[in-house]
Design a protein around this ligand. Structure first.
Ligand code: HEC
Length: 406
């Protein structure tokens, strides 16, 4: 066995050198890709073949519309009739890079297959989304009706400017789970054409005002549309960007907390508040998002530390957490952390997802002076909710959710 692994490792090394260093300089050498394809097709060892495909897939991530290398159709046919699940999915994913009709059709049928596992349907959908083809809009709108795919479909819709999208999302809003509601709000806040119907829906209470959290308000402001900004002012009030007196504000919230007595809050209820307004960005006790740092090991038992960071995220911002606004040529505006970029694409971590955009679609990237963590997060909470949240944050370990909560 060791002898078959050695060549495959050599392949990997050679290929990653070739693809990552030589390829970009060689202006997409189609001949080289063709040679790899032939190697993969002819390789009798399925492990070697898979390694080659993995290398190609990693090197071509984020690219689209490349001409298929010579012999690709043969490889595709061979794998579809006799490859394992991972090899098949690599070939489909590469097929999307090369615009293969066979791959696109296979992905589409997996996506709509109600009998398929939802992880597979979602994996197929996210591969399809990489094509950024506007022919996906209708499919995505239909998938919003399907609980197995609607979260991803709603996030995917942010990538397209379509006049029906806001209506479709708002019509199902009340039936969505809370994580999906966040996806919906992020999509609706991503461009002016969706933000207007969203604010109308908040006004008419189809969307509860309490769900319009500080990060969404900031995203909506970054659209820089006068109509949206005015409507926000009416609905949400004016955001105070920095407080005149940090110390006094921290003391005020501390008094709210200590008014709760020796056990100021209920940790289980606090966990619910955390899930609503913090967990999308922070991990705590092994669950939560990756936008901000994992706060499990932070100085959580110190109420001054907690309050300064919650109330004044902009007081000290490590550079890697400064938010950027990325305007795309099709009017979408993303607010997020630019996690990586090269000549071909940018990877942006927004408050709820990681988006890869081709550089050719970007019109402007601006690094802001503010943290990815918004101010005003707890401004909408009641005093008991503030006590529950802080009490939960200062616990040494996880606590159960209240009975009946998910
Ligand atoms: C939209 C994303 C986002 C949300 C929502 C968010 N945070 Fe943050 N948070 C960040 C980022 C990014 C940082 C790091 C940059 C900074 O300190 O401003 C951070 C920093 C922190 C820190 C300091 C961490 C350290 O390394 O010392 C604490 C504590 C914290 N957040 C608590 C919270 C709590 C509690 C909530 C909910 C009330 C919350 N955050 C909501 C993104 C977020």
């Amino acid at each position: 066995m060791i002898f078959t692994r050695i060549p495959s490792l050599l392949f990997l090394i050679g290929m990653s050198l070739f693809l990552n260093i030589l390829w970009p300089c060689a202006a997409l050498d189609a001949g080289g890709l063709g040679r790899l394809t032939v190697l993969a097709t002819e390789s009798v060892d399925p492990v070697v073949r898979k390694d080659i495909l993995r290398g190609m897939d990693a090197a071509l991530r984020g690219r689209i519309g490349l001409a298929a290398p010579l012999g690709w159709d043969l490889l595709e046919a061979a794998v579809i009739s006799g490859g394992d699940a991972e090899t098949r999915s690599l070939v489909r994913s590469l097929g999307v890079v090369f615009g293969s009709r066979l791959a696109l059709e296979a992905l589409r049928s997996t996506v709509v297959d109600q009998g398929a596992a939802s992880v597979d349907r979602n994996a197929a959908l996210s591969t399809l989304l990489r094509t950024r083809s506007s022919s996906l809009v209708e499919l995505l709108q239909t998938l919003t009706a399907d609980p197995a795919t609607r979260g991803l479909a709603i996030r995917g819709l942010a990538g397209f400017d379509d006049p029906r999208t806001a209506g479709v999302i708002l019509s199902i809003f009340g039936r969505l789970e809370s994580v999906e509601q966040r996806d919906a709000l992020n999509t609706l806040a991503s461009r002016v054409a969706y933000a207007r119907p969203l604010l109308e829906a908040v006004r008419s209470q189809v969307v509860p005002k309490s769900l319009l959290t500080a990060d969404l308000v900031r995203q909506l402001r970054s659209l820089k549309d006068p109509g949206v900004t005015v409507a926000l002012g009416e609905i949400w009030g004016v955001v105070r960007e920095t407080s005149p007196d940090m110390v006094a504000e921290v003391e005020r919230v501390k008094r709210i907390y200590s008014a709760g007595g020796s056990t100021p809050g209920n940790a289980s209820r606090g966990r619910v508040v955390f899930n609503q307004i913090c967990a999308q960005c922070h991990r705590l006790f092994e669950s939560g998002g990756v936008v901000g740092p994992d706060i499990t090991g932070a100085n959580r038992s110190d109420i001054n530390y907690l309050l300064q960071n919650i109330l004044y995220p902009n007081a000290v911002i490590p550079n890697e957490y400064r938010a950027s606004t990325v305007a795309l040529k099709d009017d979408r505006v993303l607010t997020g952390l630019v996690r990586s970029q090269d000549a071909v694409s940018l990877v942006i971590q927004t408050a709820n997802e990681t988006v890869t955009v081709p550089r050719s679609e970007v019109s402007k990237v601006e690094m802001t002076e503010v943290s990815m963590m918004p101010e005003g997060l707890i401004a909408g909470l009641s005093d008991p909710q503030i006590r529950d949240l802080i009490y939960y944050l200062s616990r040494p370990g996880q606590v159960p959710l209240p009975v009946g909560e998910k």
